[in-house]
Design a binder for this molecule. Structure first.
Ligand SMILES: *[C@@H]1O[C@H](CO)[C@@H](O)[C@H](O)[C@H]1NC(C)=O
Ligand SMILES: *[C@@H]1O[C@H](CO)[C@@H](O)[C@H](O)[C@H]1NC(C)=O
Ligand SMILES: *[C@@H]1O[C@H](CO)[C@@H](O)[C@H](O)[C@H]1NC(C)=O
Ligand SMILES: *[C@@H]1O[C@H](CO)[C@@H](O)[C@H](O)[C@H]1NC(C)=O
Ligand SMILES: *[C@@H]1O[C@H](CO)[C@@H](O)[C@H](O)[C@H]1NC(C)=O
Ligand SMILES: *[C@@H]1O[C@H](CO)[C@@H](O)[C@H](O)[C@H]1NC(C)=O
Ligand SMILES: *[C@@H]1O[C@H](CO)[C@@H](O)[C@H](O)[C@H]1NC(C)=O
Length: 424
């Protein structure tokens, strides 16, 4: 009996592994207007951004694939997210000295036009001794609170709190400004181990200070984040202007939180894809992946959602977080399957077995597995073994490939459990 039970579980696990592979496959969505390229090298360029003429929403959304620069904007693209962010590189300010004189330097003007440098996701970073860095606009107006100063009396590897390195927040709504770095020591040779001062904008957590950076920053670049939006009004006004409203069907409009004029589109719940394109938001098949639905028995996909059903003769909403399906009936069905000598691994049966497996795992998650198992098993004191197998089955059904154990690990684990049955 035990051997049969084990074989049954082994096959169930195999069925689960085979059935869940499909759900982990990456979805590829159309990202650009038809007839347009959607990639610069390995970088995806989703509409409203585009490469060729006629392929972008407006001029500032044009990406030059050779330079990866946005049209007329001092920003080199690393990636563009449909969530309204893009990662890229902004120019760095620097000054280099010998012991007596300034030898070279650059105080670049940054102009990102309709896009803002994200004030929540970036930090103005200063590297160098006795360095003062700031962001200014209109040549004279220093941006309040964005002056950063450092000294080098105590310099700690990896720590950026004012000694040779400092990071401070940047103000909101910055799209046109100059970034500057300047040595504040009268004797510029005071810190012989640091010949250059640098100022740059970098995404939080994407820069770690190293002492060796003092003289090794010039040809390096760090990712910064820009907020992007479409349109020139908030959602309420945008929707009133039906002709120019940019979000397509099955999408919702999101007001810019960064104070940017404009809005973003997002696929409505239950849909995924590119909300800026006609037919861009496609229905998510929640039934395809176990992690996307809470059905205990059967899942039926609908547009934008899904329904759970119970097997014939049983009632309830079929949901883990709801009334489920009639409990004892389901338990009986599991027990019947466990005890029948029925051949499990047949193509005709596999779908039912997957449903059964799902029920099995959902019972485990509710902590009531032992209740649904047959009395005979309980009497035999098999709880621990059954739970072990169940945990293994649960691991196998994890839909994210990485969490799932390898075939060898499964084999090993089953062997161990089998061994403990023999000793039982
Ligand atoms: C794209 O390619 C570059 C080098 O060609 C590489 O450094 C970068 O990591 C790649 N990006 C992605 C997202 O694969
Ligand atoms: C892209 O940039 C390169 C180098 O600056 C330039 O020669 C080319 O004309 C640009 N391409 C487009 C489509 O603007
Ligand atoms: C520093 O550079 C300046 C300008 O090039 C030069 O005149 C001066 O001699 C240099 N000082 C030292 C100590 O090398
Ligand atoms: C820094 O400046 C000093 C003095 O001018 C020079 O000897 C040294 O080579 C410089 N170091 C670097 C890394 O350029
Ligand atoms: C930066 O790169 C340029 C050309 O790629 C090179 O000539 C220069 O020496 C480099 N500078 C530093 C400080 O590495
Ligand atoms: C979803 O809606 C489309 C039409 O918009 C229809 O053709 C399709 O059958 C629907 N699918 C489901 C699962 O209801
Ligand atoms: C899903 O459930 C709703 C509400 O019970 C029902 O109106 C709808 O017809 C069901 N759709 C499908 C495809 O079963």
């Amino acid at each position: 009996m035990m051997t049969m039970l084990l074989q049954h579980f082994t096959l169930l696990i195999l069925v689960m592994i085979l059935s869940s592979t499909k759900a982990t496959e990456a979805h590829g969505f159309v990202q650009s207007l038809s007839g347009c390229s959607d990639k610069c090298g390995n970088i995806t360029i989703p509409y409203p951004f585009g490469i060729e003429k006629g392929c972008y929403l407006e001029k500032n959304f044009q990406v030059n694939c050779t330079t990866l620069m946005l049209h007329d904007i001092t920003f080199k693209v690393i990636d563009i997210s449909l969530d309204g962010f893009m990662h890229g590189v902004l120019p760095m300010a620097y000054e280099c000295y010998n012991s007596t004189h300034k030898l070279s330097g650059l105080d670049p003007i940054i102009w990102t036009r309709r896009f803002y440098v994200s004030s929540t996701m970036n930090l103005l970073t200063t590297v160098g001794c006795d360095t003062r860095a700031d962001m200014s606009f209109n040549g004279i107006d220093y941006v309040a609170g964005s002056t950063s100063r450092t000294n080098c009396h105590m310099v700690y590897e990896g720590i950026c709190v004012g000694h040779g390195c400092r990071q401070i927040p940047i103000p909101p709504k910055m799209s046109y400004f100059q970034i500057r770095s300047q040595r504040t020591t009268e004797n510029v040779g005071k810190w012989s181990f640091n010949n250059c001062s640098y100022a740059f904008i970098v995404q939080r957590d994407r820069y770690t200070f190293h002492k060796t950076d003092f003289d090794d920053m010039l040809n390096r670049s760090f990712p910064a984040v820009l907020d992007w939006t479409v349109g020139h009004t908030d959602c309420k006004h945008a929707k009133e202007d039906k002709y120019n409203y940019i979000c397509k069907e099955n999408s919702v409009c999101i007001d810019s939180y960064s104070g940017n004029n404009g809005y973003n589109c997002r696929c409505a719940p239950g849909y995924q894809g590119n909300p800026y394109l006609q037919n861009g938001c496609q229905d998510i098949d929640e039934c395809e992946a176990r992690s996307l639905n809470v059905c205990i028995y059967e899942c039926i996909n609908t547009n934008g959602s899904y329904n759970c059903t119970c097997p014939l003769g049983k009632s309830g909403d079929g949901r883990e977080d709801g009334s489920g399906c009639s409990y004892m009936e389901a338990a009986k069905s599991l027990r019947n399957t466990l005890y029948s000598g029925r051949k499990v691994f047949s193509y005709h049966e596999s779908e039912n077995d997957l449903g059964l497996a799902m029920f099995f795992v959902s019972s485990l998650e509710r902590g009531c597995l032992i209740q649904v198992l047959d009395d005979q098993l309980k009497k035999d004191g098999m709880n621990e073994h059954i739970n072990n197998i169940a945990m293994l089955a649960k691991a196998c059904i994890e839909l994210e490939g990485k969490k799932r154990p390898s075939m060898n690990a499964v084999k090993e684990e089953l062997n161990q459990i089998r061994q403990s049955f023999i000793n039982f």
